[in-house]
Design a protein around this ligand. Structure first.
Ligand code: MV4
Length: 470
């Protein structure tokens, strides 16, 4: 462990210190751009950071920036970034009084959150019980329904037998979709267009779910043919107060990986936003939700249908930060310290438009991963341009982890101005040595449907299939 700075105790002069539990040193249980994002919020609050890393990440930017760094294992995430004992030990050894999990890895692991709290370390995340409930998609849907969120019509809960599934499908009408209760991210899902194929497809979905999650519990929903993916950012203080920060439109996805996200959605009116926002924030207040959360909806023919809730900070959170001016990581840390939210719903105003492009180290045509040495790097800059990335010239992108290497987030006072600025910023980005998605984004920003905002969850895959044949 290396100790580089000792920041003065930021609580010494604050009267509120007695009520809340100050955090002085955060262990960041993650890597890449999100580890940097958390480090930045912490340092702006006068809080020290502890990086943990695998042997493959010894030269990573998150390790370089942190005040302390501890190697927790070999490259495979199962032995490092997912290793409960190694991370808890690192927190104890370094004297961290809080753990921030970022996204992915342990961020939605209720058991790990409980272990953290049982060691008297603050968990910068939702209550473990809420992580657990939302991780079970059947329990999540029941909870969402009880809290007044609009649901996709379907089975009342888990479906046990083939006869039961057939009865539900007959009642709601085909097409239906069978989903794994333990699923999410599109695994263990099958669309069923008619009764002939029901048995075969349900069996297939169950087998996928069993091998992916060790649980083949299924539920059934009406299949929506061509919706948009619209998600609301919510925030609770854990004591019955909650707000929403508007929505993000994340419809442009490939194989359940988001490519491009924007806030606000081009199709949601201020009235609809206020109406749905009130519903989601009241739901979060009623459940006593703590910290950052995202409520995912499918949106079709002007109606919202709840599908899932994510109990973590999301990759695309910066677009919400750009249009609201709220630092979501700072807010997460404050809430973990026991403070109320620093803003009220009345103080949340949306200004302008923001778009995020995810930049991956992959071929922009085949999507094959492209790890390796980045021999030159120059980030875009200028007014209203934000680049969240751990890249630097001379960095070697390891092959073991997610291929996302940077996020380019751009703000404009209108959607049109945002897109003009985004095109300008993409021109400035230089990443040499590996293939990456900047050219893909440049191509997308020339598409009339993207320019007009006229796209659904099917648009990108259809466009890519067409591009293949051209
Ligand atoms: C659906 C659906 C259509 N109808 N549910 C995919 C992952 C999981 N989060 C939920 N998913 C879907 N659920 C019903 N009732 C279509 C999808 C879906 C999808 C959703 C959001 C973004 C991209 C998607 C791509 C394919 C399918």
């Amino acid at each position: 462990m290396r100790i580089r700075s000792s920041l003065t105790n930021r609580w010494s002069s604050l009267p509120e210190a007695r009520a809340a539990m100050p955090i002085t040193r955060i262990l960041i249980a993650n890597r890449g751009e999100i580890a940097l994002r958390i480090h930045r919020a912490a340092h702006e609050m006068g809080i020290e950071t502890v990086a943990v890393h695998s042997t493959a990440d010894a030269d990573a930017m998150h390790v370089r920036l942190a005040d302390h760094a501890i190697c927790i294992g070999p490259p495979p995430a199962g032995q490092s970034y997912l290793n409960h004992a190694a991370i808890i030990s690192a927190a104890e050894i370094s004297g961290a009084d809080a753990i921030h999990p970022g996204y992915g890895f342990l961020s939605e692991n209720a058991q790990f959150a409980e272990i953290v709290e049982s060691h008297d370390i603050a968990w910068i995340g939702p209550k473990p019980e809420h992580i657990r409930t939302m991780g079970d998609k059947v329990a999540a849907k029941k909870t969402a329904g009880d809290l007044g969120l609009p649901l996709v019509p379907g089975s009342a809960g888990a479906v046990e037998t083939m006869d039961e599934i057939r009865a539900v499908a007959d009642e709601i009408g085909y097409p239906v979709i069978a989903k794994a209760a333990a699923g999410g991210g599109g695994r263990g899902m099958q669309v069923i267009t008619g009764p002939e194929k029901l048995e075969e497809l349900v069996t297939q979905a169950k087998n996928e779910a069993q091998s992916a999650f060790g649980d083949d519990t299924m539920y059934v929903e009406k299949y929506l043919g061509n919706p948009r993916h619209i998600e609301f950012q919510v925030f609770g203080d854990g004591n019955g107060n909650a707000i929403h920060l508007g929505e993000r439109d994340c419809s442009l996805q490939r194989r359940h990986q988001k490519v491009f996200e924007e806030a606000p959605s081009p199709v949601i009116t201020p009235e609809e936003r206020d109406r749905m926002g009130s519903i989601v924030s009241k739901a979060m207040a009623d459940m006593g939700y703590r910290g950052a959360g995202t409520i995912e909806f499918l949106w079709e023919d002007g109606e919202f249908y709840f599908i899932e809730m994510n109990t973590r900070l999301q990759v695309e959170h910066p677009v919400t930060e750009m249009v609201t001016g709220v630092d979501l990581v700072r807010e997460q840390i404050r809430v973990a310290e026991g403070h109320p939210l620093s803003v009220t719903q009345d103080e949340i105003e949306l200004h302008g438009h923001a778009i995020e492009c995810r930049i991956n180290a992959e071929d922009p045509f085949t999507f094959a991963p492209s790890p390796g040495l980045v021999n030159y790097y120059h980030a875009a800059g200028g007014m209203h341009v934000r680049v969240d990335s751990g890249l630097y010239a001379g960095y070697r992108i390891p092959p073991y982890y997610d291929s996302m290497i940077a996020k380019l987030i751009v703000y404009g006072s209108s959607r049109e101005k945002c897109m003009m600025r985004l095109r300008r910023a993409l021109e400035e980005m230089v990443i040499e040595g590996v293939k990456h998605s900047v050219p893909l984004h440049q191509e997308l920003l020339r598409e009339p449907d993207v320019i007009s905002g006229d796209y659904t969850i099917k648009w990108l895959e259809e466009w890519l299939a067409k591009r293949e044949t051209d």
